[in-house]
Write a protein that binds this ligand. Structure first.
Ligand SMILES: Cc1cc2nc3c(=O)[nH]c(=O)nc-3n(C[C@H](O)[C@H](O)[C@H](O)COP(=O)(O)OP(=O)(O)OC[C@H]3O[C@@H](n4cnc5c(N)ncnc54)[C@H](O)[C@@H]3O)c2cc1C
Length: 380
């Protein structure tokens, strides 16, 4: 028996070792759980606490609000808007992807926002069963020029296809057209996409306060908002006292031309862009003009210039005449500004490119918020 003792002793030692190991592992588990709790506690607190106001319900406001809620699921996000779809400038736009009227916005930033937006639209058009409903599709067409050399476009690598138009392609256009570019654009019809994004925003718990004009940021501050996203478009001129802003008046005519399956633009400002239920004929770009009435002179010019390029359009009944004021600015303003204990995140001044840049801009707003709300649960 005594000879067994060493074995018993070894067995006991082993049992004791296993028991110690178990309690060590349990304590590790407890420690891990505690660490997790400590880490998650502030996160959960921060997640439920951000109270974020968005001013504006055009394409810029709605997409910013939606991306914020997607990134900060627990946040309380409320949009305050004087007007909503279908009464915003974004609803007037043809929704054609192609940077225009953004003055001196640095090219590398336009490329970044434009690419993120283009790629997002391609994804939607390809994979989202709702893409038809939300007016998103890919659209091939021609930029027509009356000069021999079409030059280069700094964003030419973004579209799925981008090349010089061939002589045979050009031959179907009037003889004044000397060169051209063929590319695949992506269309995002504001009047369809905004309601769709608004539904998504509301489904995530977002609130939309309509007919609410914000006269100053302090109004929202007094309501307890410390994070305000300013997507007021041309309204920023008054709201921020931004004297660098100006309207760029546009006028378009929606016509029924279901036989037309490609778009064209011309260097004299003429354009014909397809939407789901009509083609949009334009255009004018009148800097500093606040006139919201339809000009018959502009209309006659727009129609005749389009008919000259594609005569069958003469047969297309005019369904609607619309005017909109593009939010012009020397460059898009996307930056934060601290006012007292409140941070304003500006996202306005997109000129003729709001539908071209919206998704990328909204992504950058989320990045700014992420930096300022580092402990909040963020999915981006
Ligand atoms: C004729 C025309 C054609 C265009 N075509 C294209 C195109 O093909 N592709 C393209 O990319 N872009 C196009 N654009 C440009 C595009 O429409 C704009 O860049 C875009 O709509 C800007 O979006 P936004 O959300 O900043 O402004 P808006 O759509 O004007 O929205 C601004 C929002 O802010 C609200 N608001 C303003 N001030 C206040 C306030 N003080 N309090 C509360 N709410 C306020 C408004 O009520 C509104 O809800 C076109 C524009 C026009 C006019």
């Amino acid at each position: 028996m005594p000879s067994c003792w060493p074995f018993l002793s070894i067995k006991n030692r082993l049992l004791s070792l296993i028991s110690n190991l178990n309690s060590f592992l349990r304590s590790l588990g407890t420690r891990a759980a505690t660490v997790e709790l400590l880490n998650s506690a502030p996160s959960n607190r921060a997640m439920s606490s951000p109270k974020i106001a968005v001013v504006g319900a055009g394409i810029i406001g709605i997409s910013s609000a939606l991306r914020i809620l997607q990134a900060f699921p627990g946040a309380e996000v409320t949009i305050f808007a004087e007007s909503v779809s279908p009464d915003t400038t974004s609803d007037v736009a043809a929704g054609f992807w192609g940077p225009s009227y953004i003055s001196n916005t640095p090219h590398e930033i336009v490329i970044s926002w434009g690419k993120e937006t283009y790629d997002h639209l391609v994804d939607l058009a390809k994979s989202d069963p709702q893409s038809g409903k939300c007016g998103v599709f890919l659209a091939p067409g021609f930029e027509l020029l009356s000069v021999d050399d079409p030059g280069t476009r700094y964003w030419s690598h973004i579209p799925l296809e981008f090349r010089r138009a061939t002589p045979s392609e050009l031959s179907v256009f009037p003889s004044r057209i000397k060169s051209g570019i063929y590319f695949i654009s992506a269309v995002a019809e504001g009047s369809k996409l905004i309601p769709h994004l608004t539904d998504q925003f509301k489904a995530l718990g977002g609130k939309l306060v309509e007919n609410h004009r914000v006269n100053s940021f302090s109004e929202l501050q007094q309501l307890g908002y410390k994070h305000i996203i300013n997507c007021s478009g041309l309204g920023a001129m008054k709201l921020c006292g931004d004297k660098t802003m100006f309207p760029i008046r546009g006028q378009v005519h929606r016509v029924a031309a279901p036989w037309l399956k490609f778009w064209f633009t011309s260097d004299d400002g003429t354009y014909c862009l397809m939407n789901t239920n009509f083609a949009v004929l334009g255009g004018v770009a009148q800097k500093g003009d606040w006139n919201m009435s339809v000009s018959e002179t502009d209309k006659a010019g727009i129609l005749s210039r389009n008919y000259a390029i594609w005569p069958s359009l003469r047969a297309a009944p005019v369904l609607a005449d619309l005017v909109g004021l593009r939010p012009g600015r020397d460059k898009v303003r996307l930056e934060r500004e601290n006012i007292g204990d409140c941070t304003i995140y500006h996202n306005y001044g997109h000129g003729g490119s709001g539908l071209t840049l919206f998704w990328g801009c909204a992504g950058d707003i989320v990045q700014l918020l992420k930096a300022d709300l580092p402990t909040a649960a963020c999915k981006l």
